[in-house]
Design a protein around this ligand. Structure first.
Ligand code: HEM
Ligand SMILES: *[C@@H]1O[C@H](CO)[C@@H](O)[C@H](O)[C@H]1NC(C)=O
Ligand SMILES: *[C@@H]1O[C@H](CO)[C@@H](O)[C@H](O)[C@H]1NC(C)=O
Ligand SMILES: *[C@@H]1O[C@H](CO)[C@@H](O)[C@H](O)[C@H]1NC(C)=O
Ligand SMILES: *[C@@H]1O[C@H](CO)[C@@H](O)[C@H](O)[C@H]1NC(C)=O
Length: 320
């Protein structure tokens, strides 16, 4: 009898201690207890991958952006197509362009080994790999908010609708960012992710042949490897220090040397708030680094799946 009563008390106490988190609240310490080795394991693979190919840091940063802008930071970009959905990989902004999926697989394997199980989500891996890439290429280090869970579906149409194309005007870019809960400062400072990485000819052809707010020598040099027809896949660095995360991107905009039309839209030299931010960041790399880190956290907070929503995928390319 006494045994039964204490068992019941015990059950009540245990039940009261199980807290099911319902709010979409992320936390920097999410994996501290369950797997303190998770973040060092991610950084170590990112470091190896960048050593092997410096561009991969840019590619990993862009994967997190393209993940977050399509139904939130939920790892949906990593899903391969299935019979029940066509995923995001074949959407126009992603096809023949986004890369780094093999590195994400390597990270997932290393993290699951370090954690002795699948506890770290693919969405969180993207957020941490983006931060580590920025840091390892000379940019700011910052605490990544964690606890995102992974989506169980994906949509090619949602990717086409939500990712901004390089031919967007300033007002289209701003509306796109605002639709994702981000503001002008986020737009300007996050666009400086183009301080690293490459773009294909097809992404900047219209700019170098038809835009008038472009430095003529810069345009001529870009045309050399990007003819009016053909050579769609030929690449060119997005700024002149493509392996260094620095504020040269903004200095280039002041000289009308933005490679993408969307880049130069941020600076027209006619006194807009966007112009003022470009000018400030071109002169002050500390404020650029501080604001970039802050805006990365804002972007990383877009509609995460938390609590019992979504899942922690075993394989980042497939739902469980
Ligand atoms: C503001 C709107 C943006 C537009 C229109 C845009 C567009 C593009 C385009 C067209 C490319 C070249 C793709 C190719 O030709 O294969 C590119 C590359 C890149 N983007 Fe953006 N982007 C934007 C914002 C961002 C943001 C917010 C980030 C990250 C925070 C980002 C990170 C990158 C990186 C790192 C690359 C180089 C990737 C590599 O070398 O693999 N972009 N972007
Ligand atoms: C560009 O590269 C992709 C593979 O990444 C290939 O499928 C496509 O045919 C190439 N396009 C051109 C014009 O060479
Ligand atoms: C994914 O599924 C959920 C619930 O079934 C649904 O609300 C959501 O719209 C779907 N998202 C996509 C991208 O299809
Ligand atoms: C430049 O503009 C002209 C006229 O609008 C258009 O026919 C041509 O295709 C454009 N060129 C590029 C490379 O976008
Ligand atoms: C700045 O210049 C661009 C074109 O050069 C124009 O479209 C825009 O309206 C101008 N903005 C202001 C505030 O003058």
């Amino acid at each position: 009898m006494a045994g039964l009563r204490s068992l019941l008390v015990c059950i009540v106490v245990v039940a009261a201690t199980i807290v099911i988190p319902t709010s979409a609240q992320l936390s920097a310490s999410f994996y501290n207890r369950v797997c303190p080795k998770a973040l060092p394991a991610i950084r170590s693979i990112v470091k190896q991958a960048i050593f092997h190919e410096p561009r991969i840091g840019a590619s990993l940063l862009r994967l997190h952006f393209h993940d977050c802008f399509v139904n939130g930071c939920d790892g949906s970009i990593l899903l391969d197509d299935t019979s029940s959905f066509t995923g995001e990989k074949t959407a126009f902004p992603n096809a023949n362009s986004v890369r780094g999926f093999d590195v994400i697989d390597d990270i997932k394997n290393a993290v699951d080994k370090a954690c002795k199980g699948s506890v770290v989500s693919c969405a969180d891996i993207l957020a941490v790999a983006a931060r580590d890439s920025v840091f390892l290429l000379g940019g700011p280090d910052y605490e990544v908010q964690l606890g995102r869970r992974d989506a169980r579906n994906a949509s090619v149409n949602d990717a086409n609708r939500n990712l901004p194309p390089p031919f967007f005007s300033f007002s289209q870019l701003l509306s796109n960012f605002q639709a994702h809960g981000l503001n002008l400062k986020d737009l300007v400072v996050l666009s400086a992710a183009h301080t690293i990485g490459l773009a294909r000819c097809t992404s900047f052809r219209a700019r170098i042949y038809n835009d008038t707010n472009i430095d003529p020598k810069f345009a001529a040099s870009a045309k050399y490897n990007c003819p009016t027809t053909g050579g769609d896949n030929n690449t060119r660095p997005l700024d002149s220090t493509t392996r260094q995360f620095d504020n040269v991107y903004f200095k280039a905009l002041l000289q009308q040397k933005g490679l993408l039309h969307s880049d130069q839209e941020l600076y027209k030299n006619n006194g807009t708030d966007s112009d003022k931010l470009v000018l400030k960041y071109s002169r002050n790399s500390e404020s650029f680094e501080k604001d970039f880190a802050n805006s990365m956290i804002n972007m990383g907070n877009i509609k995460p799946l938390t609590g019992n929503n979504g899942e922690v995928r075993l394989n980042c390319r497939k739902i469980n």
